[in-house]
Design a binder for this molecule. Structure first.
Ligand code: SAH
Length: 336
């Protein structure tokens, strides 16, 4: 619940309005897990809250800790028994958390494991917040940045994601600046425009992976609905409205998208944009025959630089607990 919603619920319980703020702060600042811990509320109210409301929890179904860096990958079980992944990463400036936004995904990107097991449902805003809370509690850290790059397509779950952002940044609660949040999308054009209009200040990352419609259609079905011309116009609109530079993600796939002609097509596509390209050697997914090395990503980066496009190769974290997007969930669903 947002604070106004909680205020309404408290009013209906015939309680004074200021109780809502107390409860809200217990939930979002002190992050308690039981109503009984809300010690400044009268005992009768605590009992009533316990019987009428529920503070949901996520269960750690599996946890993989990297031996070479501080990355931790969690497989969380949701209250209805479904599974999602959350990954905690350590960066120079603190801890960053990669969260899931859906159980499974319907986008059908060929190289992505999240889509293979199919789509089940959207996550609620609280299930997104809980990934932060449970992880901070378990790992004993405080997360300073959030990326919506786990399982699911965030812009296909727009309303819950917007509600999550509202709760996350609420000055009366968690107060996280949305400048520390990145949303990654495969390119749902109308939603990119809507997000731009909201001027949230967050960073938009767009998963490009191919620079021509013919090639992108083959690996990303969303491109048939929203082709590159429309996508690039929406990205330009995002930049104009928000002043925030869009990041383009490009998974380098050997023999698919990494030769000089591909780099030229990408440079052509981005020539009028304030673009930054984030390269990542594709993670192999068991069911698919895609692979790449860091060297091939470096070679592709060089092509791009020579063509005047700013690019970096994403740091690889937790390579010993390696699993591409959705693989841990996918593996676990197969076992049970
Ligand atoms: N649905 C959103 C966010 C989730 S995926 C999106 O498409 O952007 C997060 C990023 O990981 C996307 O850029 C996605 O294309 C990329 N990705 C998925 N599978 C991958 C793989 N096997 N190797 C490298 N990147 C992958």
């Amino acid at each position: 619940m947002t604070l106004p919603e909680l205020q309404e619920a408290v009013r209906q319980m015939q309680e004074p309005g200021y109780r809502a703020k107390q409860i809200y702060q217990w939930l979002h600042i002190r992050k308690v897990q039981e109503f009984s811990e809300m010690t400044d509320l009268p005992a009768v109210l605590r009992t009533k809250l316990e019987s009428d409301f529920k503070i949901p929890r996520l269960k750690i179904a599996r946890k993989l800790s990297s031996q070479i860096d501080n990355t931790i990958k969690y497989l969380y079980q949701l209250p209805d028994g479904q599974h999602i992944e959350t990954v905690l990463m350590h960066y120079q400036h603190g801890w960053r958390l990669c969260i899931s936004t859906q159980v499974g995904c319907k986008m059908g990107c060929q190289f992505c494991a999240s889509t293979i097991a199919g789509y089940v449902r959207n996550l609620t805003a609280s299930e997104m917040l809980l990934q932060i809370d449970e992880t901070e509690r378990d790992a004993g850290v405080s997360v300073s940045g959030i990326v919506l790059m786990g399982i699911g397509e965030p812009l296909d779950n727009f309303d819950h994601v917007m509600r999550f952002l509202e709760l996350l940044s609420d000055p009366a609660g968690r107060q996280m600046s949305l400048r520390h949040v990145t949303i990654s999308t495969c390119g749902i054009v109308p939603r990119i425009r809507e997000l731009a209009d909201r001027k949230t200040g967050l960073t938009l990352a767009v998963s490009l992976h191919q620079a021509t419609n013919t090639q992108r259609n083959k690996i990303m079905p969303v491109n048939k609905r929203y082709p590159l011309e429309e996508l690039m116009c929406a990205c330009q609109y995002y930049f104009e409205k928000t002043g925030r530079r869009v990041t383009y993600e490009y998974a380098v796939i050997e023999h698919e998208n990494n030769n000089l002609a591909d780099a030229k097509a990408l440079a052509e596509l981005l020539k009028h944009q304030q673009a930054h390209v984030n390269l990542i050697p594709v993670n192999s997914v068991r069911e698919r025959n895609y692979h790449a090395t860091r060297q091939s990503a470096q070679k592709f980066m060089k092509y791009l630089e020579d063509l005047g496009i700013h690019a970096t190769i994403r740091r690889t974290l937790g390579s010993d607990i390696q699993a591409a997007c959705g693989q841990l969930r996918h593996e676990t669903e197969e076992h049970f």
